[in-house]
Ligand binder design. Structure first.
Ligand code: NAG
Ligand code: NAG
Ligand code: NAG
Ligand code: NAG
Ligand code: NAG
Ligand code: NAG
Length: 445
């Protein structure tokens, strides 16, 4: 049932009319081919062959009942005619009887009268012919209706196995699987970072800003959190355009202050490190409430193990195509960067990796497709220097340059939905595109 097909741009897309929908695409390094997931259209149920069959049958039933009505009307009209002529027939019959018993009684006038009466009855012949035809038609229709009810019963039996709601649920599930499948197909190794685009200059030297990292999401809101020390005020803008212009925002006052700039918004909730603790808090924006908080066991905090720029950046939360992550370190790990994959509902740690890279020497880090990329500085001349692959628990030194325009990066996070890097650079909110090198498969699940 699941279908993930990677097609090349040159290939013909199945058209939506054929019941197929194209989900999304991701460009490769040269923009040469597009990786696309095609899936049955959302209204797949309508296009189900059984539904089509059922619709045809309904139409047939409608056609038949229309025919029946016509037949009924004709029968009624004809019956009237037959009734009217009945008395006439009786008269003719009586006259014929008299004439046959007493031929002499049939004078020319009487003969003419009888002839006229028979002429009047002549139209009855086609009516009777029609009756014979109708009788045949009724027989055929009856057979057809009988056939039909058998087919309908068979279909009903088959459909009984999954009712409509269940079918819809299956489609939704398939859709979710396709989205994650699409994301994995679009995944790859970071090979380049574009020139920066400065979206806005706002706030102090240190801070954090973001959009929702959940895939799929139609949430366009932008959040901004100025400062790294004991902040509680989160500004929420309706759209990126509103953020750019500094208009249309609401404020959230967090029940507990934050530390650092490693916050992330995932599926409508803000995940952040509680001030002077290694507690992670999940704050739900819509209900303006804390859904869960949990200590990240052993994680250093209170500016014990920050990135090179300091600022209580001990615990850095982030999300990529694979879900939610925490990047931090512990005393047993001797200050080397540790990665933990987190369960977004309970904040439980699912799996942990020790990268061996000293956190103090890292400017920032961000996760793309399950790989952690680490910069070697927050200052001018910084580059992406180290990559840790969680899929193979291995690392590699890299040399990926990027333009650090304002020379002081205090936040750098990848948004998997938009495939861009969000950074806070010396009071500027800056975006970068990323180039991911990917091996395009021609088919697979
Ligand atoms: C119903 O009648 C219409 C018009 O006579 C015809 O075009 C159509 O094919 C019929 N449908 C079925 C299912 O027999
Ligand atoms: C009814 O079904 C039988 C057996 O499938 C078939 O031979 C017959 O032609 C059908 N009758 C009609 C009116 O469709
Ligand atoms: C691990 O992930 C990287 C990209 O993040 C990818 O290039 C590499 O092929 C993956 N390795 C395996 C064994 O899947
Ligand atoms: C996203 O949040 C909704 C409720 O707001 C929840 O039902 C859903 O399971 C969450 N999805 C994920 C992947 O966490
Ligand atoms: C955090 O650090 C500050 C300044 O170094 C210190 O005064 C405070 O006691 C520390 N708090 C905790 C909970 O470690
Ligand atoms: C990223 O690429 C897209 C498409 O080429 C472009 O519209 C957008 O402005 C770019 N963004 C950045 C930050 O370079």
């Amino acid at each position: 049932m699941s279908m993930c097909v990677c097609v090349f741009l040159q290939a013909l897309y199945p058209s939506p009319e054929e019941g197929w929908q194209i989900y999304s695409s991701a460009q490769d390094a040269d923009g040469k081919c597009i990786c696309t997931v095609v899936a049955p259209a959302q209204n797949m149920c309508n296009r189900d062959p059984r539904s089509r069959q059922l619709r045809q049958l309904m139409e047939k039933v409608q056609n038949i009942s229309q025919s029946m009505e016509v037949l009924d009307l004709r029968t009624y009209r004809d019956l009237q005619y037959v009734r009217n002529t009945e008395s006439l027939m009786k008269v003719v019959d009586g006259k014929l009887k008299v004439a046959s018993e007493n031929p002499r009684s049939l004078n020319p006038k009487g003969f003419q009268e009888l002839k006229d009466k028979v002429t009047q009855l002549l139209p009855l012949l086609p009516v009777l012919e029609q009756y014979k035809a109708d009788a045949k038609m009724i027989l055929r229709l009856r057979e057809e209706v009988r056939n039909l009810s058998l087919v309908l019963m068979a279909i009903q039996e088959e459909m009984g196995a999954y009712d409509y709601e269940e079918l819809r649920q299956r489609v939704l599930l398939l859709e979710t699987r396709l989205h994650s499948c699409m994301q994995k197909l679009g995944c790859g190794k970071l090979t380049g970072v574009s020139n920066p685009i400065t979206v806005r200059a706002s706030g102090s030297r240190f801070g954090s800003w973001m959009t929702d990292t959940m895939i799929p999401s139609s949430d366009n809101r932008v959040w901004s959190m100025d400062g790294y020390f004991k902040g509680r005020r989160v500004l929420e803008y309706r759209t990126m355009n509103d953020f750019t212009k500094g208009q249309n925002f609401v404020q959230h006052l967090l029940p507990h202050p934050w530390a650092g700039t490693g916050h992330v918004v995932y599926n409508g909730s803000l995940y952040y490190n509680k001030y002077q603790s290694n507690i992670i808090i999940k704050y739900h924006f819509r209900s303006r409430s804390v859904l869960v908080q949990r200590s990240l066991s052993g994680a250093g905090y209170n500016n014990t193990f920050p990135y090179s720029w300091g600022g209580s950046s001990d615990i850095d939360l982030m999300a990529d195509e694979n879900g939610l992550w925490a990047v931090y370190t512990t005393i047993p790990n001797a200050g080397n960067i540790v990665i933990s994959r987190m369960e977004p509902q309970s904040l439980e740690v699912l799996q942990t990796w020790d990268t061996g890279f000293p956190k103090r020497s890292a400017g920032e880090s961000f996760m793309i497709c399950g790989t952690l990329y680490v910069t070697n500085s927050h200052l001018a001349g910084a580059k992406i220097y180290f990559a840790y692959y969680t899929n193979t628990s291995s690392y590699e030194y890299t040399d990926i340059p990027f333009h650090n325009q304002y020379s002081h990066i205090s936040m750098m996070d990848y948004n998997p939905r938009e495939r861009v890097l969000y950074t806070w650079n010396n009071g500027h909110q800056v975006l970068y595109n990323v180039t991911l090198f990917q091996v395009i498969k021609t088919s697979g699940d």
